[in-house]
Each structure stands twice: as C-alpha cells, then as structure tokens.
Design a binder for this molecule. Structure first.
Ligand code: PMV
Length: 359
C-alpha cells in the first residue's frame, strides 16, 4: 500500500455526531494523446495528455452520517440508480485501508451532469473526479485538512483507480498522466498539471463538440482497453504514443500549432484504427464523422485557420481551435458542420479551471 496517501492523523473511531453534506463539480477532459490499453491496477500502457474542459461537468453531492455499518445509495439526476453508482461503491470498498472511516458512514451520493445524457460524452472522468473531491473533503473534515497541491495529486491518484482518464480531470488547463522521460515528475499512478508549462495560446483553447450521434458507445472503454492485449499493433502503438508525447510536449511549450494539429489528428485516427484492427473489431465512426473531418481539413487548407479535430471512443467530433479564431469558426460550424449533427446540436466547450467546490 502506498503509505503516503494514508492520513496518519485519522482517529480510528468516527465521532457519533459526525454528519454533513459536501458538493463538488468536476469537468470532463478530452485527450490529445490517447490512453488506450492498461496494465496492473489501472495503470496506463502509455502516457496521455488532455485538455481539461469547462462546460461538460458532473456535479456531485455527498451526504454522510455516522452509522454502525457501511451504507450506500446513489442517485443520478434525481433517481436512484445502483448501476451508475457501482463504480463509486467499489472505489469506496476497495480503499478502506486508505480511508478507514468509509465503513463507519452511511453514504448518499447525488450526481448530475451539465451535458445531456444522450450527447455521447463519456461522464466517467467528470463523475469519478467529482466524487473523489467529495471523499477527500470528508476526510479533511475528520482530520486536519489536507491542503496545497498535494491534495490534487491525491485526488488524481484515487480518481485514476475508478476511471483512468479521470486522473487528468482534477487539474486546470491541461494534464499529463503516465510516466515519460520527457517530463520530470510524471507518473503512471497520477496525473500532473501542465498548466504552468504550456504556451498561453492553449489556456483559452475552444472545444466545440459536434454531436453526430447520441447513442451509447457500442464498446465500453473497459472492453476497449482489454482488446489492446491481443492487438497485433499494440507495441508499435505504445512506442508511437511515447514519441507523440515527446513532440507534443515541445509543441505545447512553444505554441507550435502546426505540430499540435498534426499529432492531435493522428492520435484520433490511430485510436479508431486500433479499434478497427482489434478482434472483434469495432467501427465507431459514422458517415457524418468522416463528413465533418473532410470539411475541417478542406476549410483549414482554404483559410489557413489552425483548427483541428480529435475523437473520443465514439462518433462525435471535438473541434479544437484558438480563442483568436472563435468568431470565424463559429460561422463555419453554423454554415457547414451543424448540418452533420443530430438536430444540429453541438456543445460550445473550452479549456477550464478544474474542479470547483459547490457547498
Ligand atoms: O478512462 P477510460 O477507461 O474511460 O478510458 C478513456 C479512453 C479514451 O477516452 C478513449 C482516451 C483517453 O485518454 O481519455
């Protein structure tokens, strides 16, 4: 057990009067270099880098009360939903050794997302990191509050145990998760903030999420990671991801948008190519995904505006561009791209500041 995460000051018995409610909002994130393939206990096969978003968030409230035994109820958007709560319940039960108060409390967790459930946006990164922020706050109410940057590292560590990509959501602007020689202090166990490292142009980047389909994904990320184990291109992929991390880090520092675009688009296509050549194989892009990609490439060639796309493990397209081009790109979306979207729907998101306390 990694002792550094155990707050030694904790008194073994939770006082009878201990009860309350805490609340945190935490954002989703979009990876530029993708995490696809894991090993050991939720450790990544290769490092990944993401933008922390702002508008796509989970808002989670936890009510707690001293009890004789562990109790757990989970509500999603006002309705009890044990299936959605299962990952959180497992996180709690798996980590009693770090948080010895867990089984002395009755837990009521209420969560909602600011983005529509049918938008195809994965919510595990936002919901898991929002819950972990609540968990750490409850810990700090019992023992002398843990403060400072170490707290976010601890939040990242436990978010990772619930959902790998959630490790990156706790930091503002951008985060790097996974050990790489190209960045001192990087770790497979938690993400590190890139906020102070990156060129200012990336701190106000936009991400317009073009909703091509609202269907839930046909392959869960858990199954997708597992399929990498038998993928014949796995080792070439991990080598390539490491190379992309090195070059992207350099571009993020200098503000080199051409390299940023080249790596970001290549990573999105590689993620989908890996799924296409796994066994069984998956094609997660839809015809309109390709339609949008072609429009973006043509528009960039024509106008020289440095916009680019990335994809998650699904058909929706994340359109990334600097703040200085926002007006022109908005016209482009309204003129050309929203016709490819379900009910012309897209979400205007942008780089954000990380979790926020709600209560
Ligand atoms: O955190 P998970 O297990 O849901 O995996 C996320 C995988 C991708 O979203 C496809 C890539 C990434 O790095 O976020």
């Amino acid at each position: 057990m990694e002792k550094i995460w155990l707050n030694e000051a904790f008194i073994s018995e939770v006082p009878n009067s201990f009860q309350g409610k805490v609340g945190w909002a935490s954002p989703s994130n979009i990876a530029l270099v993708k995490y696809w393939g894991k090993k050991g206990k939720q450790l990544p096969q290769n490092p990944s880098i993401s933008f922390t978003l702002s508008e796509c968030r989970s808002e989670t409230f936890v009510s707690f009360e001293k009890a004789d035994r562990f109790g757990f109820n989970f509500f999603f958007e006002g309705k009890e939903n044990p299936a959605f709560g299962a990952k959180i319940e497992k996180l709690l039960l798996d980590n009693l050794a770090f948080f010895p108060f867990i089984n002395q409390l009755d837990w009521k967790v209420e969560s909602r997302n600011t983005f529509p459930h049918s938008s195809g946006i994965a919510s595990s990164a936002s919901s898991m990191s929002a819950f972990v922020m609540c968990l750490l706050e409850i810990e700090s109410l019992l023992v002398s509050p843990s403060t400072g940057s170490g707290t976010l590292t601890k939040a990242s560590y436990f978010s990772r145990l619930a959902s790998g990509s959630a490790a990156r959501s706790v930091f503002p602007s951008m985060a790097l998760w996974g050990k790489t020689e190209s960045y001192e202090g990087s770790s497979d166990e938690y993400a590190v903030s890139l906020s102070e490292y990156i060129h200012p142009v990336f701190k106000t980047y936009h991400d317009s999420v073009l909703i091509v389909s609202g269907e839930t994904k046909s392959v869960s990320s858990r199954a997708g990671h597992a399929l990498m184990e038998g993928n014949p291109y796995a080792s070439a992929r991990y080598a390539q991801a490491n190379e992309n991390i090195k070059n992207l880090l350099a571009a993020l520092k200098s503000g080199d948008l051409a390299t940023f675009i080249n790596i970001t688009e290549s990573e999105a296509l590689q993620l989908h190519a890996l799924m296409m050549c796994s066994n069984p194989s998956f094609i997660l892009m839809k015809p309109n995904t390709l339609g949008i990609i072609n429009e973006i490439m043509a528009f960039r060639n024509e106008t020289q505006i440095p916009l680019c796309f990335t994809l998650d493990a699904g058909p929706n397209v994340h359109l990334l561009y600097p703040e200085s081009e926002a007006e022109k790109v908005k016209h482009f979306i309204n003129d050309k791209l929203d016709a490819y979207c379900v009910d012309n729907k897209w979400i205007a998101d942008r780089v954000g500041d990380g979790p926020k306390k709600l209560l």
